[in-house]
Each structure stands twice: as C-alpha cells, then as structure tokens.
Design a protein around this ligand. Structure first.
Ligand SMILES: [Zn+2]
Length: 479
C-alpha cells in the first residue's frame, strides 16, 4: 500500500477527562510526529473548536463533517488522530467511520498505535469495529424491544392512574365515548371564553359522570383532565413530548394546546358577572312616555305566567324617577323583536372581524414538525444517542410549543370575537345571560317602549318600540 501523501490531522479538545484536557496543539504535535515517523504527508489540520464531548451530535462537529466530506471527495488519503476517543466516542459514528474508510480506502492511524497499515493496527480496528458493530446491534435491539420504541410508534405508557375519558384497564388504548363527549363539550365551553372549569364540573356532575376516584368533580379535577397530555393523545417519555398516540383520544394536539392556553389565562382570577339579572334587555328599556327606566318582571294572570315590562308609578326606579305608570307591555314580544335587531347587527359585523389580520403560522409549524419527524427517524435507526435526541427534540418542541401557543392564542381570540358572538348570542342558556347582555350593550344604547293599550289581540306595531343604536344618541325616542 502506497504511503498516503495527503493526510488529515483531526484534533478535538474535550472536557470529559477531568484535569487531563489535552490541548489541541499537543494533539497536533503528536500527530505530526507520527506522520513523520510513518512517512505520511500532511495535507491539513481539522481542528474542532467545539468543546462539547462525546454526547454531542454530528451536526455540532463541523470540522469532522468537513473532513469526512474531503475523504469522500478524495482530497485526503489518510486520517490521523491522537486517539480513537478524539475521533469519536460514539460507537455508531465509529462504525460509520470504519465503513467510510473501507469504502474510500483512506489510511488511518492514531498516536496510540492504531494504524491500518500494520497487521496489528488492522486487527485492533477490526476488534473495535466488531465491538462497535455489536454495540450498535445491541443498542438497536434494546431500542426495538424497549418502551422507547413503543412510544416512538405512538403507543403511550400503559401504567398510571386512570384518566377520565379512557376505558379502565385498557392501557389508554380505548376511550369511553360518553366521557369523550363530555370532555369535548367542556372544551367548547372553555374555548368560548366565558365558561369556567367550575361550569364544566357542574356539567359533568349533572351528566352523572364519575371522576376516576369516584369523587365529586371539582375545578381542580376538571383542570387535571384537560392538563393531561393523554387527553390530547400526546405520548411522552421521561417528560418529553415524543409524538402522537396511535390510539383514540378525546382531543387532538391542537385542541389540547388551545385548552392549555385557555387554562393558563385562567390562572389569574377573572371577575365574573354577578348574574343577578334575569332578563337580557332589563335596564335597556325606557318608558316612551316619561323616559324612566322600565322594569321587567314575571306576572301571573289567571294561571298563566308571563313576563312583562312596565313603567312603575308606585316606586322610584334606579334612575331616581317615579314612573308615569302608563306603559305596560308583554316583554316577550319586545324581546323577540330586539333579538332580531341584535342578531342582524352581529351578522353585519362578522366580515369585519374576520378581516382582522392574523399571522399564518401553519407553514412554520409544519416545517418544525417535519424536522421533528426526521429527528425521530434518525433516532429510531440508531443514528443518534438518546441524550442527543432528547436534547434536540426538546429544543424543537420548545419552538413548536411557542408557535403553537401563538396560534392557539389567535384561535382563542378569534373564537371570542364576532365569529363566535353569534353562537354566544343564540345560546339562550341562563348561564349565558351576562355575555348576551354585553353583546346587547355593544349594539344598542336604549329602547323606548310605547303603550299599545291593554288587552289587544292584534300583535303590536313594529314602531311601538324605538331602538337607539349605540353611538346614535341624537335620535332619542321623544316624538
Ligand atoms: Zn312612564
């Protein structure tokens, strides 16, 4: 075998030997001396300035990468290192290195005596290669049979306490459809922005759902359900998010992340409406005759219970005025007319709200997801050490989570603006009253109510009420 004339000297400092750090200069000097002894010509030195040691991944070693590329391109015909552990301490990388050496036929030697130009050197490398190979196989065997591999395939950890939504004893592989339905309904409630985990607890209790511990639903227990990664089908390993479960789960990843955002926002207690009022338009109605605030109350006449609104002549109203007592109307008719006004106003607003600028993060998110899948593939094939993998994964996941949170925040904002105002408006549940009143207050300032006389059978004329829209105070109802 001809003596190599273009030898690469690869030097790398490492902090993994305490107090024995071998300076790059000393490594280089020893390597040059070896080349001289062997009669090899030095092409150039590839110094790795990165101090990180054995557990760093390939991409963090630019000099090594460059050197191997030069070997493939035949720019170099030999490699010399101080010792094998300067070259690599990763068995998989050593295996790759030996394969490259076989393929491209470059010479290799270390100052510790491993050179492929002597029988002894070749034998040592062969043994090391065999060990490396065995180690590689053992590792991939280990990964193949391990939980890690199972998780990598989207199979979540089977142990741990039962989580609401999953069938007991099914190892989180089957869901309980009724519980999934409740989780999803709770999700919609919380995403709406006004309902609280307490409301969800009441819903679930009312539906007869059991907590995993067969105790009463509390705010904390509801939150725990939504905080569980399992509910979002997210598979974890050692606290790391490593992919999506292949089994059914109540929420998808995006929904799960949305709900995290909502729960995070809830961490600060929001002032809740008192909920004392019972009628959507009470406070908005004023007497068309005397301008005082009208009251809304339940009345029972001849066994029939109905709501009416009246100008009260026997009692000073909230505005400090005594009413004229001349106007008393069915509230239901007024409510129906005003509902139409409000709904129309919400519908008019919608296109405007949707035109509000939002960031499109889907591209950036899919790029990151693609990178994570690539990473997972390399790890699965044994091309990465666990630490490298988790390190990189953690980093990418953090980026993804940040983007996801931004996207979720947008989704939450969108769901809370006009797009969902209509949904809120049309949901006439008593618990929704304060939200609906807030919508009314954003549309109308006040409504003048005129008398239509008592005992009429014919429906009132439309102009028996006069709506003053918000920001249009010139047209007060006096005429
Ligand atoms: Zn009046």
């Amino acid at each position: 075998m001809a003596k190599p004339k273009r030898v690469a000297i690869y030097v790398r400092i490492s902090k993994d030997r305490k107090g024995q750090e071998l300076g790059i200069q000393r490594q280089e000097k020893a390597c040059r001396e070896l080349c001289e002894r062997l009669g090899w010509g030095v092409y150039r030195v590839y110094p790795e300035n990165d101090v990180s040691a054995s557990t760093t991944s390939k991409r963090k070693r630019p000099a090594y990468t460059e050197m191997m590329r030069d070997a493939r391109d035949d720019l170099i015909d030999g490699i010399v290192v101080y010792s094998i552990d300067r070259l690599t301490r990763r068995i998989t990388e050593l295996t790759n290195f030996l394969e490259e050496q076989k393929e491209h036929g470059f010479a290799f030697a270390t100052t510790e005596g491993e050179d492929t130009s002597s029988a002894n050197g070749r034998m040592i490398l062969t043994i090391k290669g065999a060990v490396a190979q065995q180690e590689t196989e053992r590792m991939s065997e280990r990964i193949n049979s391990s939980l890690l591999q199972r998780r990598e395939k989207g199979k979540p950890h089977a142990g741990g306490p039962r989580v609401f939504g999953f069938e007991p004893g099914s190892n989180f592989q089957r869901v309980v459809p009724g519980e999934v339905e409740l989780i999803r309904r709770g999700y919609e409630m919380l995403m709406g922005g006004e309902k609280t985990p307490g409301d969800v607890a009441r819903l679930w209790t009312g539906a007869g759902a059991q907590t995993p511990g067969a105790t009463a639903w509390t705010i904390q227990k509801v939150k725990r359900v939504y905080r569980s990664e399992r509910v979002g089908g997210i598979v974890t390993y050692k606290g790391q998010d490593i992919g999506d479960s292949v089994y059914p789960h109540p929420l998808n990843r995006v929904e799960w992340e949305n709900i995290q955002t909502v729960l995070d926002e809830r961490a600060t207690p929001a002032a809740q409406g008192s909920g004392k009022r019972k009628h959507v338009y009470s406070g908005f109605l004023k007497c068309g005759n005397c301008q005082s605030k009208m009251r809304v109350q339940w009345a029972t006449v001849q066994g029939r219970t109905f709501r009416r609104t009246l100008c009260h002549s026997g009692q000073v109203g909230k505005d400090g005025q005594l009413g004229c007592g001349k106007v008393s109307r069915s509230y239901t008719w007024i409510e129906e007319r005003l509902d139409e006004v409000i709904e129309a106003a919400i519908r008019r607003r919608q296109p405007q709200a949707q035109a509000a600028p939002t960031e499109d993060l889907t591209g950036a998110i899919s790029v990151l997801e693609e990178r994570i899948r690539g990473l997972q593939g390399r790890w699965k094939n044994g091309q990465m050490e666990d630490e490298d993998y988790f390190d990189s994964l953690k980093h990418l996941r953090a980026e993804l989570t940040a983007l996801g949170a931004r996207e979720a925040a947008q989704a939450v904002r969108r769901s809370r603006t006009t797009a969902d105002a209509l949904t809120v408006w049309l949901d006439k549940d008593a618990e929704n009253l304060e939200r609906r009143r807030a919508i009314v207050a954003s549309v109308i300032k006040e409504v003048a109510v005129f008398s239509v006389g008592r005992g009429r059978r014919k429906p009132p004329e439309i102009d028996s009420i006069k709506v003053t829209p918000l920001g249009d105070e010139s047209q007060t109802a006096e005429n």
